[in-house]
Design a protein around this ligand. Structure first.
Ligand code: BES
Ligand code: MN
Ligand code: ZN
Length: 537
């Protein structure tokens, strides 16, 4: 594992900022704020209690509890209160500024008697809320000490870094202290968290910190890509950014341009990208460690903007369609993370990138296209474009005969209707589908297994092509799309398709470690599945 210090090439006008993290035995001298965990319940006569060692002095702890009670604190998960450290505690090195963060009831936390598959994510969420609370209103560098790592260093660090993510785009720094990295366009707000350990941090603990940092940085990269507007992130610019990042971290990359796509027969990608002045690309990133026994193909939808094409979308809310490349961003981030984590598993990401625009060169409803590998599709609705580019990519990825094919896309509005904004729909080979959904829930990227129906196989039939991209019924649209994609998966490959139309974008305001706009979902699920598959082999 390596956490590189120098930056990969940065070609976009803006990147988000994130906190840095370290493990220390004691509160650093430079600390400007301490984040104190608070538990709900506790003694019969107290609503809240202070766990752990951050405020060792019992009188000081009692005063903090009193302050919390005056504020009406309940210790509920993610609840934050600004407090002032008692004098006896500041004399022992605690900063004056305290932020208390609720963890909820102890029994539901990792190690607690009622801990479930969501226990670890409670720590991430609390850490994320705390990270945003300490940054609020800060004009100078923020250096934080916290004992949140007592419930899991990995979760505390991931939650903290992910929660600290701030994307200001092409605005200035808003009065905050910034360090500009020359020539990169990156504006870095100084924010650092020291996660306290009981003794001097062990090698294992340090490895956990590095791992959590790599995972959070990978998610931040996926968020950066999704947050970048489509006038900047066109297929060519996107392809170059992915290749630049991937090569820096030791992956091989290949970019197929429109000439190569024609030559190799990527008819779906060319049809969808044909309406745009900015031609499509297919990017292939590969991580091939010598000791790998298993091969996982990743595929992600990369529509840099989805107007719907000739089947034009309504104007209201269309700006959200800059997120229609979120699947490819998460898949690319996971492939790069596999390399940074040095996972002993072969990973090949195939990423079809195209802009879906209406024009004189755009695909019409009724057109028939030939996909990579030869299957033909009658295009009945040009707004069902994701499956057309994924068809080519899945067929191409299958040609390598991977053991697993893990694919994700902001594919259908029907996913949002069925499961809402917080839960992805997972379809595919039964066993692998169930595993991906369960791993997602454990990582806090909630996901639910959905069925594929025989009835939809019948509805795929077209009078003039092998299949059609749209049934005339709106019902079960997520499942119909799953059935469509299945046609392109090679024999004997374990396959899962993750529809993240809802979970990839957050327009309900920040919460836990999830900021507004891009969420990076399902990058952490993909990374966790790769880790599991690598470990077993
Ligand atoms: N990119 C959209 C799906 C989407 C909708 C993502 C809302 C995020 C939020 C996709 O390309 C699309 O337009 N799907 C159509 C399919 C239909 C025409 C069969 C849809 O869901 O309406
Ligand atoms: Mn569409
Ligand atoms: Zn789309």
């Amino acid at each position: 594992m390596s956490s590189k210090k120098d930056h990969p090439p940065r070609q976009l006008p803006a990147y988000g900022t994130i906190a840095t993290a370290e493990l220390t035995k004691s509160v650093p001298k430079e600390a400007t704020v301490a984040v104190v965990p608070v538990l709900a319940g506790g003694d019969a006569d107290a609503t809240v209690s202070l766990p752990g060692s951050l405020v060792a002095d019992e009188r000081a702890a009692a005063e903090i509890v009193r302050q919390l009670e005056v504020h009406g604190a309940t210790g509920a998960l993610g609840e934050v209160h600004a407090l002032v450290a008692p004098e006896s505690a500041t004399k022992k090195g605690l900063p004056e500024r305290l932020v208390a963060v609720g963890l909820g009831e102890e029994r539901l936390l990792p190690g607690g008697r009622d801990a479930d598959e969501g226990a670890g994510d409670r720590i991430r969420r609390a850490a994320g809320e705390a990270a945003r609370a300490v940054a609020k209103g800060a004009t100078g560098p923020v250096v934080v000490a916290t004992t949140l790592g007592d419930w899991g260093i990995r979760e505390a660090v991931e939650g903290w870094i992910l929660g600290s993510y701030t994307f200001r785009g092409e605005r200035g720094a808003g009065g905050r202290t910034v360090v500009a990295s020359p020539g990169t366009g990156r504006v870095q707000v100084e924010s650092h968290v020291a996660v306290l350990t009981e003794k001097r941090p062990t090698t294992r603990e340090k490895e956990e910190l590095v791992r959590a940092t790599i995972i959070a940085e990978s998610v931040a990269f996926a968020r950066d890509l999704v947050n970048t507007p489509a006038n900047v992130l066109n297929p060519e610019a996107y392809a170059n950014e992915l290749a630049g990042q991937a090569e820096f971290f030791g992956l091989d990359s290949e970019i197929l341009d429109e000439t190569e796509l024609h030559r190799e027969g990527f008819g779906g990608v060319l049809a969808v990208g044909g309406g745009s002045e900015r031609p499509p690309r297919v990017v292939r990133l590969s991580w091939k460690p010598r000791k790998a026994k298993r091969h996982v193909a990743l595929v992600g939808k990369g529509i840099t903007f989805d107007t719907g094409g000739i089947s034009l979308k309504p104007a209201s809310g269309m700006e959200k369609m800059i997120s229609d490349m979120g699947g490819s961003a998460a898949a690319a981030a996971a492939a790069i993370a596999a390399a940074r984590l040095n996972l002993p598993i072969q990973v090949t990401a195939t990423l079809p990138l195209a802009e879906n625009m209406p024009s004189g060169k755009a695909t019409r409803p009724g057109d028939v296209v030939t996909h990579y590998g030869g299957i033909t599709t009658e295009i009945l609705n040009t707004d069902a474009e994701g499956r057309l580019v994924l068809a080519d990519a899945i067929a191409r990825a299958s040609e390598d005969e991977p053991d697993f094919l893990l694919e994700t896309a902001t594919l259908t509005g029907a996913q949002i209707t069925a499961l809402g904004n917080h839960t992805a729909g997972v379809m595919g080979s039964e066993e692998f589908r169930d595993r991906v959904a369960q791993t997602g829930r454990r990582e806090g990227e909630r996901a639910w297994a959905m069925p594929l129906l025989e009835e939809h196989t019948e509805e795929l039939a077209s009078p003039i092509a092998d299949i059609r991209n749209h049934s005339n019924s709106r019902d079960g649209g997520m499942l119909y799309a799953g059935r469509y994609l299945e046609q392109f998966v090679g024999e004997g490959i374990q396959w899962a398709h993750v529809d993240v139309a809802g979970p990839s974008w957050n327009d309900k305001g920040p919460s836990g470690y999830t900021p507004s706009r891009a969420t990076g979902v399902p990058a952490r699920t993909f990374i966790a599945v790769l880790e599991e598959l690598a470990e077993e082999s």
